[in-house]
Write a new protein. Structure first.
Length: 351
């Protein structure tokens, strides 16, 4: 088998991933490669690699569960703070209107809004305690760091495997390179590209929501000042400003928790860095086809250096989420200083 034939055979045996193919299950690779790359499949079936694959998948699942739990809990807390602010604002309006034009159902409306405000505030406090004191963010970060370390260890072990006792028509270093290229390099390229686009869309949506909320706050304040000249009841339109401010705070907190803008930029840079390494793939492939392992080791090390740098940046970014939760907690505490019932009563008395 010539070098070119070996390269074509290795590429066909390992295959190529798609743009949305960025989830790996290395425990299944030995079975999948049995037909086209029997020597590599036998290598992956060794206990030293099988255990690393199992541990990686276990930690990866744990990290995904912890991520989903943290984000859902923090999101619910953010929604609860928004609703508490909205119920408080509506209660002020209802109290003002009830003082100007009393209606039979006014008292029931005030009680209903007050109860809803208290319930949303209580739920928000509960979810914030779970997110902060429950260590959900730390649990997610720890599990993800462990999973990434195991994945790096797994691919380094495979590409540095002792070929003793392995017989292969295709040079084993070439199969190892194609395996690394397919399930580590290509997977990370696809992940960074896809997630960069996802985070950019999220960031743009939140920016639009924040801008609309700022406009609403400005309109509410302006209309209240102008229409207040027509009567005291019109002053209650200032609630638009309160709601706008609450919406703006909601959007900014969601951005701070999700870190969409920063993640988008970081993933795009990481993808570009890997793209530069992709220029060397044909050279590494040729060297591996000739049985040279040193070029393969250097390529693996260079890729893992980039992945490690991106992961350290992610950890630093994730740690900055904690202040966002503290801000959310402070906002909820501030709302609790003036319960909706008291704020409404005070507004009605002033009218």
């Amino acid at each position: 088998m010539t070098r070119e034939e070996a390269i074509q055979a290795a590429r066909a045996a390992i295959g190529a991933g798609g743009r949305d193919d960025y989830i790996i299950q290395p425990t299944s690779h030995a079975g999948q490669l049995e037909a086209g790359a029997k020597a590599l499949a036998a290598l992956l079936g060794r206990a030293e690699f099988a255990v690393l694959a199992q541990e990686y998948e276990r930690k990866d699942k744990e990290a995904n569960r912890n991520q989903a739990l943290f984000k859902s809990t923090a999101s619910r807390a953010n929604w609860a703070v928004l609703l508490t602010a909205c119920f408080s604002a509506l209660l002020l309006v209802a109290g003002t209107l009830a003082a100007v034009a009393p209606v039979a159902s006014g008292k029931a409306l005030l009680v209903g809004l007050g109860v809803c405000g208290v319930l949303s505030g209580g739920l928000g406090a509960m979810w914030l305690i779970q997110a902060r004191q429950g260590g959900l963010l730390k649990a997610w970060m720890s599990a993800r760091a462990a999973a990434e370390a195991l994945r790096t260890q797994y691919f380094e072990a495979v590409t540095n495997a002792d070929p003793a006792g392995v017989v292969s028509a295709i040079p084993l270093p070439l199969l190892e390179f194609e395996y690394f290229r397919r399930y580590q390099f290509d997977v990370q390229m696809a992940y960074y590209e896809k997630r960069a686009e996802d985070h950019r869309r999220d960031a743009d949506r939140l920016l639009g929501a924040s801008a609309a909320a700022a406009a609403l706050a400005m309109i509410g304040a302006g209309l209240a000042a102008f229409l207040g000249l027509l009567g005291a009841a019109w002053v209650s339109i200032a609630v638009l400003g309160t709601v706008g401010t609450a919406l703006s705070s909601f959007a900014s907190t969601k951005e701070a928790i999700g870190q969409s803008r920063q993640n988008s930029e970081r993933y795009a840079k990481a993808r570009d860095a890997l793209a530069l390494l992709a220029l060397r793939i044909d050279n590494i492939r040729t060297a591996a086809a000739d049985g040279e392992r040193e070029a393969l080791r250097q390529f693996v090390a260079a890729v893992h250096d980039q992945l490690s740098a991106e992961h350290h940046q992610w950890l630093a970014t994730a740690e900055s989420v904690e202040p966002a939760l503290a801000t959310l907690d402070a906002a909820l505490a501030k709302l609790s200083l003036k319960p909706p019932q008291q704020a409404s009563a005070k507004s009605a008395a002033q009218q």
